[in-house]
Structure formats: structure tokens, C-alpha cells
Design a binder for this molecule. Sequence first.
Ligand SMILES: Cc1ncc(COP(=O)(O)O)c(C=O)c1O
Length: 420
Amino acid sequence: MERQEQRTGNEWRVHRAAEPEFLKRRIDWYYRERVEKTWSGGHIMRGRTPGDDAVVLMSNDYLSIAGHEAILEAQAATVRREGNGLLMSGVFLHGDNPQLALERRLAAWLGSGATVLCQSGWCANTGLIQVIADESVPVYVDMFAHMSLHEGIASSGATPYPFRHNDVECLERMIRRHGPGVVLIDSVYSTDGSIAPIEEIVRVGNEHGCVLVVDESHSLGTHGETGEGLVPALGLTDRVHFRTASLAKAFAGRAGLITCTERFADYFRSTSRPAIFSSTLLPHEVAGFEATLRVIRSEGWRRVRLRRNTAYLRGQLGLLGYNVHEGEAQIIALEAGTEPNTIVLRDALEARGVFGSVFCAPATPAKRSLIRLSVNAGLSMRQLERVVAVCAAIRDEVGMAEWPSTRRLSRCFDRRRRAG
Ligand SMILES: Cc1ncc(COP(=O)(O)O)c(C=O)c1O
């Protein structure tokens, strides 16, 4: 739409194509409704910049390995040796290509027949659903499942049947009504750290002849004896058809994967649109992931530290009255509810040097926006204590007692008390 052209010296001239009304309307809506009305002219995602002593709980690098020496060395050596390699689609890979060798090692670790590396978790999920569902297949999806799963349904043309978050009975009722299809869940939900009742969902899915897909983005690396994720940890490897994951979480890189059978892998590579029509990983990314896999498998102390840090922070925030009881994993949600409330919370935290990630629509339902605190293994006890002290100090300022999530919690406690 906009073209810039260098004239003389540092002078630039901007050429702007006219926006037709249908486009202008949409952009105007964003500035009017979101920026002006809801965010009072600011931007909900853009608060302060963290200073050197800030406690930053925004990264998905749960095991704190983004700066791991062995991984950086492997990446640097490969980029020096091979540059960016052959820039091409993964559909052309064959023979002794290092990416295929890494896929075999990942499959052995994950207990699957094969794995396919994708450019991202987004490509893994959209690409997979495209090739397993179509107009004739009902797709049952947890309402809180990641947007890439919803996007995959849309791009497959299948009919989505969203079921209430973690509600197995609701899922079963829907399957009885609409017949066998595909069931999509996350193992750990990315907004509040809630964990899926995987065993129950697998039982229902298997009983009704459904295909099961579990997105392990937030459990791969962090859960299981050597980080192999929740499905293997629960002994369900043989009962779940596909696992997917983003490697931009505990693997601290940029890629995704799916687990499948060897026969399916070739079908996927040759039919899924992101696999065919988008370039594959670069050699230094593959070398980095080889090193990362070794680190994740062997440095179990990182998972122990992550669990300890998570238990401490969750426990303390719970005692302060925050509703963190709906989640269990290393993702902790402070659910302020409305977006203006969330901006107040963001500012209160950031003014005291604590930085989380703002989650709002379309990542959450409209009235359930929140600040997500992502715990990592590298946080010291002093840093965690500081987060707790800040969260204690701001409760009145942010109106925590009035948040819908806090009221939901007291209703839940009342019900339990009445039930004895
Ligand atoms: C559960 C889940 N699945 C998939 C993705 C997409 O992963 P990526 O960032 O690698 O595209 C994410 C990332 O936000 C996620 O949280």
C-alpha cells in the first residue's frame, strides 16, 4: 500500500495508494473501538520497558536455556560452516539430511513412529488439521484451545463443535449427537496454565472412534521424566493419534512438530499446505535443536527448579487471594477481567518492576483479559519473593477483590463449604 523511494540525500517521498471504503472501515473500527474507547488512546500491550533489575515473566523459555552455551555453540558453528543452507520447502528433503535425522531422534524420544518438523507450532496445527479433516468431519475443540487449532479447522472446511473448557461430559454429549470426528485439546492451556483431563478425554475419544490431537506446546520439555510431555508421562502414547508442539516454548527456538506414524509423515509432507508452500528450517536451527534436545533430556534439574518455582509462586499468590486455582502448570494468570482493569494491573506491576504478558481478545474471551506470568527455571527465590511482595502491595490499587475471577473463586469456595 505504501511505497517509499529515496530521492536525494536523506529525503524520502511516501506514495500511498487510496484505501477503498471496505478496508478503511475495518481500520477505523480498530482505532475507534479498541485504541480510543477501550485503551483510552494507549495500547494494552505497550506499557513500560523493563529496566535491568526488572523481573520479566514474559518469556516461554521455561527451562531458561535460550542462552545455553552448548546450544549457541552448535548454532554458531553451523551458521559459520553452512550459512543459511538451501532455502527451500521441506518437501524436497530426503536421504541423510540432518533435519530428517533430528526428526528420527525426536520420534525415538517421544515414543512415536515418526515426527515431522514444521516452521512453527502454528504451521504444525493448521497443516495437520487441513489433512485430517474436511467438510464431512465434525471437529470437537476445547473452547480454550490455541487459536492455531481453531484456524486449522477453518482452513480444513470442517464444522467446529467447541466444547466447554475441560468438560468431558460436554464433549461426550456432542460426540454422541454429531458422530465420530477429530478431538482437539491442549495438554496445558496457554492462557491460565490449566491442565486438560487428558486420560478422560482420551477414553471418551477412543470409545467413540475419534482421532485425538493433543497440543503439547506447554508441556514438551517441562513435563515427563526427560521432558517428553504429558501424553507419554501418562502412558497414553499408543492411544493419541497426533501430538503437536511449538518449539518456541521450552525448546527456546522457532519451529513446531507433529508426532505421527511413518506412513502419515510422508502423506503430511506431501499434502499439508504449510509443509509444501513455505520454506523449511535453516541448518543452524536444526543444529540448535539437536543440542537443545540433549540439554532438555539430560538437565533434569531445570524441570525440578521450574516445578519448585511454580509451586512457590502459585501457592503464595493463592494465599494473597488471587484466583490461581484454575491452573496448575508454569503459566499463572492474574485475570483482571475487563481490558481497562488489565491496563491498571499492568501499570501497577510494571511500575514496581514486574513484567508479565497481557492477554486479551482474541486470545481470551472478551471479559476475561489477564496478565500472564510465565515462570521459568532461572528465577531466583529473591526474584520470586519480589513478585509476591508486589502482588501483595497492589491488591487494593488494582481492585482485586472486585475482579470477576476473584468472585468466581469465592463462589467456588462457598459451594465447597456448603457441600461439606
Ligand atoms: C498451545 C500453543 N500451540 C501453538 C502455538 C503456536 O506456536 P508458534 O509460536 O511456534 O507458532 C502456541 C504459541 O502461542 C501455543 O501456545
